[in-house]
Design a protein around this ligand. Structure first.
Ligand SMILES: *Cc1c(COP(=O)(O)O)cnc(C)c1O
Length: 418
């Protein structure tokens, strides 16, 4: 039975975000069933057209060389897909990488109607190209897009387009003879392009996918040093959009990060509320391993998703799942709120085991110190490379990424012959 008008209204009053995503997905399902010829088109990866570059560029010798300059180096091609509220999604185009053309009044430039994803493609030990759980990124992109009134799409189609771009550019830009542990970084992005001022949901948008080099960031010698966020700044708040990968989350955080770096730290540990809840480290999720005061049980603790303060990281989610499977009986995995004060207490009582940040860019990066209001909270590091559990998490996941372990999370990209 359809929900009554009041039930519907109440739900919307309480959970607008959840409702909005459900509505959009229902709309897509309805479109699929309708036979009307002038209905808006769905995103359809099978309509992809190919226009290859006439001026292919040289491939840098290494990630380090590629990242030495001031501009991100992208591969030869990108995929773009235009959307219009009347006609829906146009046919996706694979075309030469290059500048976009936007009117100065485009929605994204004024109202931050932008969201993005970040994932890597890896050249495995068996010579195959793999993505790591791209379905999670595609679904998260839908959540982010809907949060800022950008159009919905079937996540599977985005996943197919990501694979299509890598099928074309992977063989040249991540060749079979690259050093082990090499990767490219993929950046699916959506922007509101409607050239009309006025605070409203854009009726035109552009989804595009680029692939580029990203510096290796997981090897800070001696571990990362974090500085807690200043008292007068929050990254995300309950009812906000911390759970969405929208550009609007990042610009306002740059100042605190710059300040922390000038003081000799690597990232900001974002706290929330007067209680000082620990949320995220820079644009990575944050994990601590502590011994319970009551039972001595070793716990792997990370902030929860249910209050929608933090980003649902694919790396975070994978570590939580694998640790529950593979460390059952040894480590208790707990998703809960915890405060910086709790960490200070655990330090004073000798119960801190280790800490690490986790995300696609930094992968699993051990943390050796958190600085909070003039005081240091040091975290043990079993070796210069990290503690036992960060090293375990790193090896589990990298084994899947690089094809050392056959696992459904590692998705092989079929490569086009050059
Ligand atoms: C992207 C991001 C992460 C990490 O997510 P992954 O899917 O693991 O890369 C964590 N926190 C924030 C704020 C992010 O933007």
């Amino acid at each position: 039975m359809a929900p009554s008008a009041t039930e519907h209204k109440n739900k919307q009053d309480v959970d607008l975000t959840g409702q909005a995503i459900e509505h959009k997905l229902a709309e897509i399902a309805q479109l699929k069933q309708s036979n009307s010829s002038d209905k808006p088109q769905e995103l359809d990866a099978s309509k992809l057209t190919y226009e290859y570059t006439k001026s292919p560029r040289p491939v840098p010798a290494s990630i380090e060389e590629a990242c030495a300059g001031p501009e991100t180096i992208c591969t030869d091609h990108m995929i773009t897909i235009a959307w219009d509220a009347e006609t829906g999604w146009a046919a996706p185009e694979l075309r030469p990488y290059g500048p976009l053309s936007l009117m100065p009044t485009a929605s994204v430039l004024h109202y931050a109607t932008e969201c993005f994803e970040g994932l890597k493609v890896y050249r495995g030990v068996d010579g195959q190209l793999r993505l790591f759980r791209p379905d999670c990124n595609a679904r998260r992109m839908l959540t982010s897009a809907v949060r800022i009134s950008l159009p919905a799409f079937e996540p599977k189609e985005l996943e197919k387009l990501i694979i299509a771009l890598m099928s074309v550019d992977g063989p040249k830009w991540l060749p079979r003879d690259v050093p082990p542990d090499s990767y490219l970084y993929l950046r699916p992005t959506m922007i509101g392009t409607q050239a009309q001022l006025g605070v409203q949901a854009p009726r035109q948008a552009l989804l595009y996918i680029t692939a580029c080099y990203l510096p290796r960031m997981n090897s800070v010698a001696g571990g990362m040093r974090l500085h807690t966020s200043p008292e007068d700044m929050v990254r995300a708040w309950v009812g906000g959009f911390g759970y969405a990968k929208v550009g609007a989350n990042y610009g306002p955080s740059l100042q605190a990060t710059l300040e922390a770096k000038q003081r000799g730290f690597h990232q900001v540990l974002w706290l929330y509320g007067p209680e000082g809840y620990c949320t995220e480290a820079g644009a990575s999720n944050f994990f601590v391993v502590i011994k319970s005061r009551e039972t001595g049980q070793v716990q792997l603790v990370t902030a929860p998703l249910d209050d929608r303060l933090i980003l649902d990281g694919v790396t975070r989610r994978s570590i939580v799942q694998l640790a529950r499977e593979r460390l059952a009986g040894e480590v208790e995995v707990v998703e809960r709120r915890y405060t910086i004060g709790e960490l200070q207490e655990a330090h004073a009582e000798g119960r801190l085991v280790e800490a690490f940040a986790a995300g696609t860019a930094y992968f699993v990066a051990p943390v050796s110190l958190v600085h909070h209001r003039g005081q240091d909270i040091p975290f043990p590091m079993a070796s210069a490379d990290g503690g036992k559990y960060s090293l375990l998490a790193k090896s589990w996941i990298s084994n899947i990424m690089y094809g050392r372990e056959d696992h459904p999370w590692g998705v092989v990209v079929p490569e086009k012959a050059e």
